[in-house]
Design a protein around this ligand. Structure first.
Ligand SMILES: [Mn+2]
Length: 381
């Protein structure tokens, strides 16, 4: 009994203002491509069971392109794997707050996918000697998490936050999830617990895992990257787990767009010329170049007078290569590079949330994207 566990697809997620030639937000297109790649891998793995642990869509009312893409990919999955059982729960992002809105995930039921939203549901698959308790994000009245003692294999599929076990990164600030304790989860009573909500691959018990998101779609992507780097877990991907042999494997599947968090620089004690050189070195030596990537370079401890005297012409040159430069605090600057230009509306949006002194670079060019200080505000829409 081999299962694949994936989660937090967030189709329809948007970030920055860059668009594809077809007029789709570039990051939205990236996330769609990331899902397509993942479906390719799932089809190759040919598991008996696919568990999708919630947040298929980023919003309760996704756009038509997001819905169409999801429908196409899930159709492909069930057509290519006709003998595979596919179970999906709704997450906090795709659960409507009122019943009359209706959950978009129901669209996938006619494909043969078991969609669980609104209420928890226990499913028995006699031919597999398998019982699944599927628990979507629920405002209230969640069931006791009890396995079915008559089944050989018991799987719990749940979207929510396990209280107290998650580190500081990757928390979603905009929509409160369901919270449960480790004790309530009772992982030892299950053969496998497939969790969704936390965006970094992470065990919470020996047999209970967050598979993580498929792309960087939380309000804190840089935090996700740091945690992934520190844990050495391989980044984004999906879990393959065998219930009989307990073999567990995380398949790393790189998202469509590369994110690069360059080592922070300290400007302490540096002359403007030395700091210019350090910034230049860091960007020029970015492995594989900065094009087509989302790159961050944080420069700390830069006094205001040094900041003023930096080689702004050189920095503007980087901006012409789609470099994003912003002031984190007056004693530091942060540089983010994106491939192409960002719309003037984004710059105006940023000006509205930033102190004028912090946006001195942004006002020079409509090619600038976002201020670091306002990232959370702008990405939580
Ligand atoms: Mn999520």
């Amino acid at each position: 009994m081999r299962l694949v566990h994936l989660s937090d697809i967030h189709l329809g997620f948007r970030q920055y203002q860059r668009q594809t030639p077809a007029g789709i937000n570039q990051r939205e297109a990236d996330v769609a491509t990331s899902l397509r790649r993942v479906i390719d891998v799932v089809i190759e793995l040919r598991p008996d069971l696919v568990l999708i642990a919630g947040d298929v869509f980023h919003t309760v009312r996704p756009t038509n392109p997001a819905i169409l893409h999801a429908f196409l990919q899930f159709s492909r999955l069930v057509q290519m794997l006709p003998d595979t059982t596919v179970v999906m729960v709704a997450g906090n992002h795709d659960t409507p707050r009122t019943a009359e809105t209706g959950c978009i995930l129901r669209l996938f039921s006619p494909l043969g996918i078991t969609v669980v939203e609104g209420d928890a549901k226990r499913m028995t698959f006699h031919e597999r000697d398998l019982s699944i308790l599927a628990v979507p994000d629920m405002a209230q009245g969640r069931p006791r998490l009890e396995p079915d003692s008559t089944a050989k294999y018991n799987v719990l599929l749940l979207h929510g936050e396990i209280e107290g076990v998650l580190p500081k990164y990757g928390r979603e600030l905009d929509r409160a999830p369901m919270e449960i304790t480790l004790e309530e989860l009772g992982a030892q009573r299950w053969d496998y617990v497939a969790l969704g909500h936390y965006h970094v691959y992470r065990p919470v018990a020996e047999n209970a895992f967050y598979s993580g998101s498929l792309d960087y779609t939380s309000t804190n992507p840089w935090g996700e990257l740091i945690e992934e780097r520190e844990s050495g877990n391989g980044g984004k991907g999906i879990i393959e787990h065998d219930l009989a042999t307990k073999t567990h494997k995380f398949h790393a599947i790189p998202p469509e767009r590369r994110w690069v968090d360059l080592a922070p620089l300290s400007g302490a004690g540096l002359s403007p010329a030395s700091l210019d050189e350090a910034i230049r070195d860091a960007l020029d030596n970015c492995e594989g170049g900065i094009d087509e990537k989302i790159v961050r370079l944080v420069v700390r401890d830069v006094p205001r007078h040094i900041l003023r005297e930096l080689d702004h012409r050189a920095l503007r040159e980087y901006k012409r290569r789609a470099l994003h430069l912003s002031a984190e605090r007056f004693t530091s600057i942060s540089i983010r590079v994106v491939q192409r230009s960002f719309a003037p509306t984004k710059v105006r949006q940023l000006q509205a949330v930033a102190l004028p002194s912090r946006i001195q670079y942004a006002t020079n060019s409509a090619r600038v994207c976002s201020l670091k200080t306002s990232t959370a505000k702008l990405s939580s829409n």
